[in-house]
Design a protein around this ligand. Sequence first.
Ligand code: GLV
Length: 333
Amino acid sequence: MTAILVARAVFPQTLERLRQHFDVEANTEDTIFSKLQLIQRLQGKAGAFTTGSERIDAEVLAACPQLRVVANMAVGYNNFDITACTAAGVLATNTPDVLTETTADFGFALMMAAARRMAESEHFLRRGEWTKWAYDMFTGSDVHGATLGILGMGRIGQGIARRGALGFGMQVIYHNRSRLSAEQEGPINARYVDKATLLKEADHLVLVLPYSAQSHHSIGAAELALMKPTATLTNVARGGIIDDAALALALREGRIAAAALDVFEGEPSVHPDLLTVPNVVLTPHIASATVATRRAMAERAADNLIAALTGAAAPTPINPEVLGRMRPAPPGG
Ligand code: GLV
């Protein structure tokens, strides 16, 4: 029977389903494998069910010659070196679509939390500091009618823009590698602008772009300096897109009003300065975390593995150019 590794803990139902097709080694303790441990566990495995914590690079691929399919339970795949996967004839897959609306809900919620100072005021209340109502207590900025800026206008970015435009009467401006079609821009009245204009005009800026060497520190001190002092910044994309040290300083000095972050450079570590500035909402990478969506993501990753290793079409391949020249299955495997 074809052997696979499920590299992190996952729903028992998903494991059960995978066991109907494969000889499954499961990481039931949910430890995060070092590269060496990952290589050891992948010996003899044709497939890997991974999450963002497993890095699949040229070294891993070379050390695991039987590996043919890597299925990420995430839409983002910066933990995969796709060029190396393609060169090695390894199919990589991810889980787009099934998490779009849930992640857009959370991005919008975080942006609102920053604008209306929800976390900061909640901490104040819990500390027992609330003694009276005051006219200027935790005054924030309006979301309705404000200008919503989106950096990275893919599926999730468009979902957030739709919420803002149709639900809250916001003006949407965006910057992206490519401009949306008139049919996509029309219903939400989205205006394509250059990055500097986006930074200068947004009242609430939301980052939804993939992480790559090109997007590393897309928002640093220079970009933060262009933003309005009343603006908020929300990141539901990936850590490393923002220079967290520069952001913490800008928040402390009031150069922007507030931020909301679900992802961090080097997570699960969080820059210590972010932990001590009050005007930032911090959540532990949970934008897609509803029961239904996490189940759908796990099932999509399993669908991809099962299809790709049984000769069918994987629903959501990242490097479909590999199809037709995938590493061969060993005889009888
Ligand atoms: C989560 O961060 C994902 O990429 O799905």
